[in-house]
Design a protein around this ligand. Structure first.
Ligand code: PMP
Length: 357
């Protein structure tokens, strides 16, 4: 491997239901996964219908650039096509963007703790992640971010709401950063649907702001890998040269368009999260942090995160141990907001685990 890859650790994802059921001798139907911030209502029935309709065309390549999806997104968000790109998950969109802009020896600024894939994609390009520390309330320290900017900086990653902490980044902070730098500011809005507001408006005002989105969360299509971004038009031209051809499958394109046509399901998905979030913050027997996303961060000290995650897994509940997030320590666990029944089961399990010591 090239040296940058040899040094890397593998990406850590949430464990899956089948594997946990097998290892712990629990029926699959009794295992709940609250580890990867998926949609607890499942996909929109309109998306499922669209998948069935397109199955017979599986032998044909999809369009090279998912133009049908770009058009549906343009209509949904009332944005010009020249400002929209799509890819296989936001992960895929990020890979293409960094392929375009990030070269050996370049840098990206990553305020920790946050989503770990920014660091990985930076390494893929033999570039260096530069870490900025967040404030105690996990907000971005704008001054520290700007102090880290130099001629080699290509991206600043601003995650709003942030994963795994759940807080949003105020638009004033995004603006302050965008106005002070020449590099790109990538605002990751994977979870913004569960909050209010968005930085999309800034894409038209600044030629260095990109807003990333995904259909994996509020749109309920994590299994189909669909991401998109709002970009300045000069970025789109370069993106299209570097994107992997045909990278969004026919099934994904059809399902995404089906889901966009089911705003009711989307709204229900957001509503159940907002209510569940409030319930969990009141009922979880550990310190929790305010969240504008579909997950909640818990500080389980004096217990260790690994212990709590393991004890929950024995009870058929998969959670995310945040020890794998750089800069997080070993007392933090992230829980995805589930259905009311799942949330109650989670609270029961956590109360038992806490009471047991
Ligand atoms: N950004 C953040 C902050 C995330 O938490 C995730 C999901 N793990 C992603 C991006 C990736 O989303 P996608 O499923 O669209 O690749």
């Amino acid at each position: 491997p090239k040296p940058a890859i040899a040094k890397m650790k593998e990406y850590v994802a949430g464990r899956n239901i089948e594997e946990v059921a097998r290892s712990y001798g629990i029926r699959e139907s009794d295992v709940i996964k609250l580890a990867s911030n998926e949609n607890c209502l499942g996909p929109s029935p309109k998306a499922v219908e669209a998948i069935k309709e397109v199955a017979g065309s599986a032998h044909l390549y999809p369009s090279v650039d998912a133009i049908e999806l770009q058009e549906a997104l343009a209509a949904h968000y009332n944005m010009p096509l020249e400002n929209i790109v799509a890819g296989p998950g936001m992960d895929g969109v990020l890979e293409t963007l960094l392929r375009v802009f990030m070269d050996k020896g370049d840098e990206s600024i990553i305020p920790l703790p946050t989503f770990s894939y920014y660091e990985n994609v930076t390494s893929f390009c033999s570039a260096s992640p530069v870490f900025s520390r967040r404030k105690p309330d996990y907000s971005i320290d704008v001054e520290d971010v700007l102090n880290n900017v130099n001629k080699r900086t290509r991206f600043i990653f601003v995650t709003s709401p942030n994963n795994p902490t759940g807080n949003i980044t105020p638009l004033e902070d995004v603006r302050a950063i965008a106005e002070s730098v020449e590099c790109l500011v990538f605002v990751d809005e994977a979870y913004i649907d569960f909050s209010d507001g968005s930085a999309i408006g800034l894409v038209k005002k600044y030629d260095n702001v990109i807003v990333g989105r995904t259909m994996s969360k509020a749109w309920g299509l994590a299994g189909l890998r669909i991401g998109y971004a709002f970009v300045p038009s000069w970025v789109k031209g370069q993106y299209m040269k570097a994107a992997t051809p045909h990278s969004i499958s026919r099934i994904s394109v059809a399902a995404a368009i089906g889901a966009l046509g089911d705003v009711e399901h989307y709204k229900r998905s957001i509503d159940i999260v907002r209510k569940g979030r409030e319930f969990l913050r009141g009922a979880i027997p550990f310190r929790t942090f305010p969240s504008e996303a579909n997950f909640i961060l818990m500080d389980v000290s004096p217990l260790k995160s690994g212990y709590v995650v393991e004890e929950c897994m024995k009870r058929g509940i998969i959670l995310r141990d945040c020890a794998s997030f750089r800069g997080m320590g070993d007392a933090f666990v992230r829980v995805t907001v589930g259905t009311p029944a799942q949330n109650r089961r989670l609270v029961e399990a956590l109360s038992e685990i806490k009471g047991g010591l």
